[in-house]
Design a protein around this ligand. Structure first.
Ligand code: ADP
Length: 502
């Protein structure tokens, strides 16, 4: 079946001619292929010529050429009918430009321009009827000006109602391939008194058309549910993205918080280090400055003792002796503070070497011997392999061991024992300094290595010291790459262990 038959069958023949259709026929033809469009338009014109109607064709350049070719193919002398005024061919874009105001068609300009064309065609019409085919709407639609296209359809409608002509519009079906086009498509259809589906439908027989309708209905349903599923999916994705954004926000906040906390901790640490350095520097300067007048006290006391300023009575000598002892004690304390301050400011250099341990321990034993004797303590050191060495700075190692031995003597009652044991392993050697003294409470074990800490101030005050010996010893041991630890039990005694690499 040809499209013309379908039109005839449906009793909706285009431009029905004469008064019966005049003024109320605004049809729209959807099409798939340009060939079909050419066939429709040429038949539209030929049908008009047969009825004595004039035709106005407003088409794009390419289509106009195809329509003329189709008309010639069907035996129409295109030039002659154009000359007679019964066929007017106008270019779509140029004509459109004559009444567009920006993106909107201007109704007055449209009426004037198109009205004139229709009137001229009517004058050449034998039947008095005019039929028009326009593609200007399609041009607007193609460039995305959908509102403009729908407005133009309305203007055509208005003019057609007033001017009594029949009108055919055509849209390529491919212009409506997007899901969003449903509403626009509907609005276009609503602008027309007749809607003609594309050739896919028209060119079939009745059974084929029914099948096509059924298939279309099914496809529409499927598309509808597909669209609903997509909308649901889009919503789900949106929510997931939202949740992800929130999670990311929380993670980011946490990260920033951690960065801030780290920066604060760094700043606090730097401040503490700075304060510690300032304190150590202060101690170093102070102790150095204290030593000078103290040496002067010692020197002048000695001069008096020597009788340089006259004879000295026995009472005076005893007093001078006390001055000298106090001076020595004070000097010892000041030296300790100076020592500690030096280590803390990092001014101490270590002359590391393989040191013969037995030699070091023997020296320390002889240095501490007078104090052991004075305190009435037994001393045990069984010696060790004469060739056993440790990695250390000999002088500093001696300082550490003497510190530990001096403490052992200080905190052990008369009759007690101080001992040294050596335990070598493959990679290190541990030197244990033990005593049977007063011991240290478990909860104080952690702090005795801190500077200026004395477990029992009252007890220790009777013995000299400022609470720096262990701080210095631990710093020196660490400085030599070793470790100083303690084990102790109150009333039973203490054990300080120095471990050094071999
Ligand atoms: P001090 O100058 O007071 O001896 P240290 O740093 O050498 O300072 O020791 C800190 C404190 O640790 C001492 O005051 C004392 O309370 C405790 N201590 C150190 N060695 C012993 C020990 N062998 N026995 C018991 N207590 C000790």
């Amino acid at each position: 079946m040809a499209f013309a038959d379908w039109h005839a069958d449906s009793e909706i023949a285009l431009g029905g001619g004469g008064a019966e259709h005049a003024g109320h026929d605004h049809a729209v033809q959807f099409y798939e292929s340009p060939e079909y469009l050419s066939a429709v338009v040429s038949d539209f014109v030929i049908d008009g010529l047969a009825r004595g109607d004039s035709s106005v064709i407003i088409a794009t350049g390419r289509h106009a050429a195809e329509f003329s070719r189709a008309l010639r193919g069907k035996g129409v002398d295109v030039e002659a009918v154009r000359k007679s005024g019964r066929l007017t061919l106008l270019p779509a874009s140029d004509t459109l430009a004559r009444f567009m105001a920006g993106t909107t068609p201007d109704s007055r300009a449209f009426d004037r321009v198109i009205g004139k064309v229709i009137a001229r065609a009517r004058r050449a019409s034998a039947s008095g009827a005019v039929r028009a085919y326009g593609e200007m709407v399609d041009v607007l639609w193609r460039v995305g000006n959908r509102e403009g296209a729908i407005t133009l359809e309305r203007l055509w409608n208005d003019l057609e109602h007033r001017g009594a002509f029949s009108l055919l519009c055509a849209y390529a079906m491919k212009r409506f391939s997007h899901a969003d086009d449903v509403d626009h498509f509907r609005r276009i259809c609503d602008q027309h008194s007749r809607v003609m589906p594309s050739e896919n439908f028209i060119m079939r027989d009745e059974a084929g058309r029914m099948l096509e309708v059924a298939l279309l209905q099914q496809r529409a349903k499927a598309l509808e549910s597909e669209l609903a599923a997509r909308a649901a999916l889009t919503e789900e994705l949106r929510q997931t993205a939202e949740r992800e954004r929130e999670t990311r926000g929380a993670a980011e906040r946490e990260r920033l918080e951690a960065v801030r906390a780290r920066a604060e901790a760094d700043a606090a640490r730097r401040l503490a280090e700075e304060a510690n350095r300032a304190k150590s520097e202060f101690l170093a300067v102070m102790s150095h400055e204290l030593r000078t007048p103290l040496n002067a006290i010692g020197g002048y006391t000695e001069l008096i003792e020597l009788g340089i300023h006259g004879p000295v009575t026995p009472e005076q000598r005893e007093a001078l002796d006390r001055v000298q002892r106090s001076k020595r004690l004070l000097l010892g304390l000041i030296n300790q503070v100076l020592n500690y301050a030096r280590i803390e400011t990092g001014a101490v250099r270590y002359a590391m070497a393989d040191v013969l341990l037995d030699e070091v321990l023997a020296t320390c034993g002889s240095i501490i011997a007078p104090q052991l004797r004075a305190q009435g303590l037994a001393y045990r050191y069984g010696g060790c392999d004469k060739l056993l060495t440790v990695r250390a700075d000999q002088e500093k190692l001696e300082q550490v061991i003497i510190n530990l031995l001096a403490n052992a003597v200080k905190f052990t009652e008369r009759g007690g024992t101080v001992s040294i044991d050596v335990e070598p392993s493959d990679s290190s050697v541990t030197i244990r300094v033990r005593d049977t003294g007063i011991g240290i409470a478990r909860n104080r074990l952690d702090v005795i290595f801190d500077p200026f800490v004395q477990v029992d101030a009252q007890y220790t005050r009777t013995r000299d010291g400022v609470g720096l010996g262990l701080a210095i010893s631990r710093d020196l041991t660490t400085g030599m790459g070793g470790e100083l630890t303690v084990r102790s039990e109150v009333g039973k005694g203490s054990e300080f262990s120095v471990t050094l690499r071999r």
